[in-house]
Design a protein around this ligand. Structure first.
Ligand code: CP
Ligand code: NVA
Length: 305
């Protein structure tokens, strides 16, 4: 059994198989119902969550596993108890540890001190479970390889996972960010290397109009992530030219779809018109968090046919 801290942990073939499995699980949930009977899955949240918590808890239940949700005001990760001690204790009770944390380093420490698979439910560095649902949603609309996806906004956790997952899937991933808000160089470099292997491409720049032109998928995320609330005002000013509005979305391919990991702030990173347009797939994308997480659990428990 392995960990899932970054989408790259799956490998290129593994990611492709997992997206196919997520599609199969969505088409026929009964095929895998109850398959993880008896397993106990911990879901820990150091930050708020709607989609991740409910999709993960629901996925575990559908597979017959027992989810146990832990909140940080109970656990006090790194405050009430050392991160490595929390990991070692939970490892004695649970078959899988899934954590949403501020500091990705905490996830690495948990994975190191627990034998059970450790899953990243979002960290400051990445949001790999989201990227699985993103790819599944794209696959429902067009062939993933060769897709041009433009991410507009902050070079954040969601952007990082999308760059890596897109590069692993042969996509051309373009990132349009305000000056000073680029994705981490290390992620851009890793994604670029992966893209060479798959026939994909990575382009990072600040000209949103140029980078959205001709895209098949336009994607954005909040301007201020959880934990950056004190920067929200400054970010509203800096990111305003990067709002996905009808004009910007209109530069994409005529049949382009719009994606957003949600929660969305209408009138900030996206207009209500784009979010609610017939070409928006954001609620399919949210639904796919459930199917993709089931596929991930089946993979991590080696419970695939
Ligand atoms: N997209 C996403 O992860 O949503 P939540 O923060 O509500 O879990
Ligand atoms: N970038 C956002 C994603 C929320 C799902 C955050 O980290 O808050």
């Amino acid at each position: 059994m392995s960990d899932f801290l970054m989408v790259t942990d799956l490998g290129i073939e593994g990611l492709s198989r997992l997206i196919d499995l997520a599609g199969d699980v969505k088409a026929d949930p009964s095929r895998v119902a109850g398959r993880l009977a008896g397993a106990k899955i911990g879901l820990f949240f150091q930050k708020p969550s709607t989609r991740t918590r409910v999709s993960a808890e629901g996925a575990a239940a559908d597979l017959g596993a027992h989810p146990i949700v832990l909140r940080n005001d109970e656990v006090g990760l790194g405050r009430r108890e050392a991160v490595e001690d929390v990991a070692r204790v939970l490892d004695r009770y649970l078959d899988l540890l899934a954590f949403r944390v501020f500091d990705h380093g905490d996830l690495v420490a948990i994975a190191r001190h627990a034998d059970a698979p450790t899953v990243n439910l979002l960290s400051d560095l990445s949001h790999p479970c989201q990227a699985l649902a993103d790819l599944q949603t794209i696959a429902e609309n067009r062939a993933v390889a060769g897709t041009i996806l433009t991410y507009v906004g902050d070079g954040n956790n969601v952007c990082h996972s999308l760059m890596l997952a897109g590069a692993m899937s042969g996509m051309e991933v373009r990132v349009a960010h305000p000056p000073g808000y680029a994705p981490l160089d290390a992620i851009t470099e890793e994604a670029t290397t992966l893209a060479v292997a798959t026939g994909g491409a990575i382009e990072v720049g600040t000209d949103a109009q140029e980078l959205v032109a001709g895209a098949h998928v336009v994607y954005t995320d909040v301007w201020a992530s959880m934990g950056q609330e004190d920067q929200a005002e400054e970010r509203r000013r800096v990111f305003a030219p990067y709002r996905v509005d009808e004009d910007l979305f209109g530069l994409a391919a005529p049949d382009a779809i719009f994606l957003h990991c949600l929660p969305a702030h209408r009138g900030e990173e996206v207009t209500a018109g784009v979010l609610e347009s017939p070409r928006s797939r954001v609620f399919d994308q949210a639904e796919n968090r459930l199917h993709a997480f089931k596929a991930l659990l089946l993979h991590l428990f080696d419970a695939i046919d």
